[in-house]
Design a protein. Sequence first.
Length: 197
Amino acid sequence: MTRGQTPSQTVGPFFAYGLTPEQFRYPFRGTASNVIAKAATDGVHIRLEGQVFDGKGDPVPDAMIEIWQANAHGRYNHPEDDRKDNLLDPDFAGFGRVGTDTDGRYWFDTVKPGPIGDGQAPHINVIVFMRGILSHAYTRIYFADEAALNAEDPVLARVGPARQATLVAGRDETPGGVVYRFDIRMQGENETVFFDV
């Protein structure tokens, strides 16, 4: 018997209906948002923005980006993160989702995560879903203004020095606040480092 591809093995436009309906102008909200931080959320409020590019360097207008991160105190909003020395913020879930626009752009309003321990620098976990890839891609975003902590991070240390820059978001001060820029390049020159999970 020949086994064919099933919907769970591919990424297609059917994701948009429940996951990113705003991306395709459906008249309702999705199950998650790209506005993660509330006004009461502890920490430095930031905007994370960038573009997703394919192997030819063209913007990807229909990718979906999910992020999962610790709060400003370095704790995840998850039952298995029971570290009492890192405060849990009731106003921060730490998860967001957004679809890219016609120019491949995405953005999240969140807070800068704190170090989570085990020598890990502040970072944001990222999952990329897009057409043409059967398994979603996992990466991390580190912060350019955390050079000392980045230098000690055990995950970043496993990435060759020449490729570490593909995991670091640049910082910019804008009239609206702190913005970190992180472009995701799926293939080609300066391809983002992706991790096996």
